[in-house]
Design a protein around this ligand. Sequence first.
Ligand code: PLP
Length: 401
Amino acid sequence: MNEKTLLKIAKDFGSPVYVYDAEKIEFQYKRLTKAFSKVKHLRLNYAVKALSNISVLKLFNKLGSGIDTVSIQEVQLGIKAGFKPEDIIFTPNGVSLEEIEKAAKLGVQINIDNLSILEQFGTKHPNIPVCIRINPHVMAGGNTNISVGHIDSKFGISIHQIPLLLRIVENTKMNINGIHMHTGSDILDIDVFLYASEILFETAKNFKSLEFIDFGSGFKVPYKAGDIETNIEELGEKLSQRFNEFCKEYGKELTLAFEPGKFLVSEAGVFLAKVNVVKQTTSTIFAQIDSGFNHLIRPMLYGSQHDIENISNPKGRERFYSVVGYICETDTFANNRRIAEINEGDILSFKNAGAYCYSMASNYNSRYRPAEVLLYKGKAHLIRKREDFEDILHNQVILNF
Ligand SMILES: *Cc1c(COP(=O)(O)O)cnc(C)c1O
């Protein structure tokens, strides 16, 4: 997506606006598929929560992807987008038995991540196949916000509880057709991932009627220069070989499943916002944009670094800026960042804005959520309108005193 295209989108659709490049999404999907081409049955289930616009879901459906969902609403969105129930896996955490039953009733693959619900579900519905989410207790990265496989994590059934798990499965006579892990949002190195996979294989041997093994996600994408990126090709090579060996041992061609979110959509997205004010204080030059953490919370929530370019003045002399928002709270996007000289009215482009950006946006400060645009075959399509005042009032019950 070049500067000219993006500037035109900001002009035509207004700012702030999220822009997604369908070609990049397709490229990432095919890259991952190719990396695992030696596996006979591969299943990619796009993690809807990363970017849940229904047109994006339809694009994934067209690519042949399945989807990974974490709420009954995401399941419903997926069905609305045209996914067949069997192409949907429901991988929630800590939801009620009723919600799981609802998804099961729709024919969606259920994934259960705690023993209490497993026992209740198995007792009531022994014939509905269930996948179980294992916690292999492998640390992925150092940030506990994104490491979900460690010992104190709320996710998954601990591998140390396998004996009780097996007892429940035996007593209820339920059918376990898949096992799953999702160790966190950032895989630091392939060896860690392969190590966790061995634990999954070991666990798999306990179940006789598996159809698939789901390795979750955690593929790293670079956000800033020098960031580690998961070497998908190397992982594909090594894990495929090990997976094929395991299938031989197991005596059945199982499906290898993944559920990437960030890898598929992060780099396909940019966020465009306009500079309202350039404000120089005694210590800092602030560029204040027409947005805030209500639209892009990752820098404030996770300390994520999104590269920022001034697409209105890309060749301008570089200066140091703190890029902040307009909401009445500290909402820093970047501190002391080198950016081509910024003038009021310029459009800034934030990279890696495809995953966990729009989907985490809110109406804080009673601001409208931005528009979303999908670039598809050279044309910019509006795929979500900017909100308006009606949306702010929606569902509010106005009392007359
Ligand atoms: C969020 C999530 C994913 C996607 O993780 P990414 O880091 O975006 O690839 C996959 N599986 C489950 C169960 C998730 O909750």
